[in-house]
Design a protein around this ligand. Structure first.
Ligand code: TRP
Length: 338
């Protein structure tokens, strides 16, 4: 019987704090759909995390729905993956509090994302922004996953999660499975088109550096034509991430969209220079994103369907999450209500 072999578990979240980007697609979501057969997968819209930075309520609500539509359009089949909204499963905040009490001030102070974000939001360095990694640890540990696929920037948070889990297990016995971060190699870090030394980010202030999943083809084409390459005289398409980070980034994008290797790309554009290369990357991206955009637009009009997906997802997620939470509550000494 199939059911007797327990699949390994994977879990990841994305904050609905900005529109999904080409970076999140190539670096993360694209790799998610192939895994549904092999793993038991949980993906959620991390809306609780989003409010560590002030949000316009209507926008947060709309983006959460759009993100769900976009996940599905990217190929995440809701029949094969558990898709849900983080705030629909109260166990996240409940375990989050317990783990706050097992996470050290010093550890949280060392998180580079906290340091970055508090610099960028100097007027709103709130406690949530600071304790966010403990909530993220709760997100993860509730589902006892084997792997947590994340971008490179989240590795430090997953490592903290492991430390917190080990600390808890050290006191109470084996309550949590210790998860491994799972960082895809190709496309793990798609960089900004205008500042290729920093990650393509939905919260980037430079709109030309970032391509959105739902963006119009003509805008995508324009952004790639303007993409930063380098100023050397060679003007040749060659993979040298240290010397030519802009070109390397465009090559990674082209490779992820077409499946071609860096060698093949170098040969394809041999003698052609950047004038031919940049629009070709733009075209490849446009064709990769076109079916996703069209499907997401169709799904956004089908509210009843999206509601049924997140309702079923939350129900399934809650069953697993509550099992872990009950165990934790018992271990720490809370009186059981039932
Ligand atoms: N912190 C992640 C980000 O900013 C999102 C996230 C929240 C997450 N909880 C998670 C990712 C749990 C993986 C697992 O991108």
């Amino acid at each position: 019987m199939e059911e007797t072999v327990k699949k390994k578990v994977m879990l990841s979240g994305i904050q609905p704090s900005g529109d999904l980007t080409l970076g999140s697609y190539l670096g993360a979501i694209k790799n998610w759909k192939e895994r549904a057969e092999e793993f038991d997968c949980y993906y959620f819209m991390a809306d609780l995390h989003s409010i560590t930075v002030r949000q316009v309520p209507a926008d947060l609500r709309r983006r959460t729905m759009e993100q769900l539509a976009q996940y599905i359009a990217c190929g995440l089949d809701p029949e094969k993956n558990t898709l849900f909204v983080q705030s629909h499963v109260p166990a996240h905040t409940q375990l989050g509090w317990v783990l706050d009490c097992f996470t050290m001030f010093g550890e949280l102070s060392r998180m580079t994302q906290f340091k970055d974000k508090s610099q960028k939001n100097a007027e709103n360095i709130n406690a949530g922004l600071f304790t966010y990694p403990a909530l993220m640890a709760a997100d993860i540990l509730l589902y006892q996953p084997d792997y947590v696929p994340v971008g490179g920037d989240q590795k430090q948070h997953v490592e903290l999660c492991r430390d917190v889990a080990e600390r808890f297990n050290g006191v109470y016995g084996d309550v949590f499975k210790i998860p491994e971060p799972y960082i895809p190699k190709v496309g793990a870090r798609i960089m900004s088109l205008t500042t290729p030394t920093s990650k393509m980010s939905k919260s980037d202030h430079d709109q030309n550096g970032c391509v959105y999943l739902m963006e119009k083809p003509e805008d995508i084409a324009r952004k790639f034509k303007k993409a930063v390459t380098d100023s050397d005289t060679e003007r040749c398409v060659r993979y040298a991430p240290e010397e030519k980070p802009g070109v390397a980034n465009l090559m990674s994008i082209y490779s992820a969209c077409t499946g071609k290797t860096f060698d093949e790309i170098e040969r394809e554009f041999d003698g052609l220079g950047y004038g031919a290369f940049k629009p070709a990357v733009g075209e490849a991206v446009i064709e990769t994103l076109r079916p996703i955009r069209e499907e997401a637009q169709r799904l956004m009009k089908d509210k009843a369907y999206l509601e049924s997906v997140y309702r079923d997802g939350a129900q399934k997620a809650e069953r697993i999450a509550n099992r872990t939470l009950r165990k934790v509550y018992k271990k720490v000494g809370f009186v059981a209500r039932f």
